[in-house]
Design a protein around this ligand. Structure first.
Ligand SMILES: Cc1ncc(COP(=O)(O)O)c(C=O)c1O
Length: 341
């Protein structure tokens, strides 16, 4: 298979249509068998449920080329399960996780020419999503839905090297207690746009959201979970039912414990104790881990000892081990790597 003529190293994170996308329709109470199609455009009624009441959920994962030349994805079953959870919370029909994995596999295989070569640092980003498509004017769940998967090649995350981020403690809330913070619904991201635009305008890279009930505990950013390292090398992550259960964070905790022999703690993390940590990172599919160098809480600066030049040593080890597992240099736990080609 010939690769597309793309300057892989200089790709950004943008949308480039690829040859095929997957679509399945839910109608009369059931999903059809689904198919790969060519047209990247969707025509829908002006009153479609997604347009009026934002009934839409999504997932994000990557396909990439391993050192030995296979095209693989990382734990897509967990994305499928998370999408099932998201669907239930928004009263949408569940697209079963096994069909989800199959749809991702078909779409990646059909777009294999767009999967960047090993060593480029670039990947094929995979975006499964689902939305209510029939006309809905009274506030209620749609009756008809579309599940789709498209792919788009994206560039290396750390172009020009790793740069630790500066965060601000946000005055905005991301998720309400008993709300939708734990699912991947478009609505969580629509309401975060004002907060991120404000943070950027004030010179920060990202927001640190606190729990909205007490505003004392660390939750997450708009697109990643937190991971902290204590001065005695314990790996600590916030436990909260209003954050998205990051697949990267869950994988890193496993790696910390079973590959690196570190103690791990999932617990309440108070803003007051952040000044005592040795390292901080943001974890998610996009970067695996981005180091955080500084957190600004209303003018008060918390400078992580790992500094503004590089990743801290433990976060670096976690990063190297997980990316080693993903790329096939380090043996993966059973079921983590799904070989597609
Ligand atoms: C709000 C939020 N938290 C965390 C994550 C990281 O999750 P994952 O590691 O599954 O990509 C994401 C990205 O998907 C996100 O949007």
């Amino acid at each position: 298979m010939d690769k597309k003529n793309i300057d892989w190293e200089n790709l950004g994170f943008g949308y480039i249509p690829t040859d095929k996308r997957y679509v399945a329709n839910f109608k009369d109470g059931k999903w059809d068998e689904g198919a790969l199609i060519d047209d990247p455009n969707i025509v829908m009624n002006e009153c479609a449920g997604v347009l009026q009441y934002a009934q839409t959920i999504f997932e994000g994962l990557k396909a990439y080329t391993t050192e030995d030349g296979h095209i693989v994805t990382f734990r897509p079953d967990l994305n499928g399960q998370r999408m099932e959870d998201s669907a239930r919370r928004l009263e949408m029909p569940v697209f079963p996780a096994d069909r989800f994995v199959e749809a991702v596999e078909q779409t990646v295989r059909a777009n294999a020419a767009y999967v960047p070569p090993f060593g480029s640092g670039a990947t094929l980003y995979v975006r499964p999503y689902m939305f209510g498509i029939n006309p809905v004017i009274g506030v209620k769940p749609a009756d008809e839905y579309q599940f789709r998967v498209f792919t788009t090649p994206v560039g290396p995350y750390f172009k020009g090297g790793v740069k630790p981020l500066t965060l601000c403690v946000s005055d905005f809330d991301r998720a309400a207690p008993n709300g939708t913070g734990h699912i991947k619904a478009g609505l969580n991201y629509a309401m975060s746009l004002h907060a991120i635009v404000t943070a950027h305008a004030n010179g920060y890279d990202e927001n640190m959201y606190l729990d909205s009930a007490t505003r004392t505990k660390v939750e997450e950013t708009g697109g990643a979970n937190f991971i902290f390292v204590t001065k005695d090398q314990k790996v600590v992550t916030p436990h909260s039912n209003t954050i998205l259960p990051s697949i990267t964070r869950r994988s890193l905790l496993y790696v910390a414990e079973h590959y690196l022999g570190l103690e791990v703690e999932e617990r309440d993390v108070y803003l007051d104790e952040v000044k005592d940590f040795a390292e901080c990172g943001l974890c998610g599919t996009a970067a695996v881990i981005s180091p955080v160098g500084k957190i600004v809480d209303h003018g008060k600066e918390i400078c992580l000892p790992s500094g503004m030049e590089k990743m801290g040593p433990t976060i670096q080890k976690l990063y190297d081990t997980l990316t080693g597992i993903q790329m096939g240099r380090i043996e993966a736990p059973k079921g983590w790597i799904k070989v597609i080609v």
